[in-house]
Design a protein around this ligand. Sequence first.
Ligand code: FES
Ligand SMILES: [Fe+2]
Length: 282
Amino acid sequence: MSNEPTLGAVYERLVGVSLERVWENVHDWEHLPWLHGLAFSAIELEASGDWGWRAWVRPAAPGDSESLLIDLRRDPDLDVYHTRTLEGPGKGADTVVTLTPESDHSTHVRVEFWLPMAQGEQAQAVGASLVALYTRLWDEDEAMMVRRQQVVDAARVREQSGVPPNVGAISLGQWEGLAGRLPLRVPSEAGDYRVVETEAGFAAHSVLCPHRGGPLDDAEISQGHVVCPWHGYRFALADGRVADGRKCHMRRPPRVERGENGEALLVLSGSSGASMQARSSD
Ligand code: FES
Ligand SMILES: [Fe+2]
């Protein structure tokens, strides 16, 4: 039997984002166990740089929990990268991805799965399972990259028009019955907020993650923190500070207060001011 790797399968697709967004995603090792939580349960970085990254990755599937040492490496001259399994199940596998920009918001992706010690029908079976896995991973990545592009575009517009003031108070309707109307999505000029109830009382937070713009609209609330679904950063509802020693904080969240006449108010960073009407989230 030859020791040469076998081409198990080829997977091709178009993704609706620029080449820049795709490279950003390729370098983003942190999202694996969060965005791709069905495929991976943990990642531990060994090294990263302009060249790519190397990390121990633990598969999520039960019975398949032996970690793999993955080395993702860019070709220095081409829009190509290799993802090699250096240790663990599938050691010696090399996934070669070629990126070709089709337009400003469209990139062609070609993935070749080179498999060690697999021949004939065995290589085809492994290749087919990898195509199924990569189809889901790229679906999840594309959704993240599309949203990320929207966040980048919106930030550019805001830069040109200036940052709106984050002051005043927004009416949330009557205090009585507020809990029954939660979660509540509250638009403001400075961005949308979500009002929730926790064990500590009512709280609010921006629906835009300060890390890379991940969606916090339906994010999990855990032990007084809102948890971003893209990379798992946890921000304290009390003051916006990030947990786990990471380096990205949320703007201090607004407070939910009981105003005069039994009105519930979302008080932004500044003091109370004119109120706008909130709308229920659906
Ligand atoms: S976008 Fe990365 S943690 Fe939210
Ligand atoms: Fe991904």
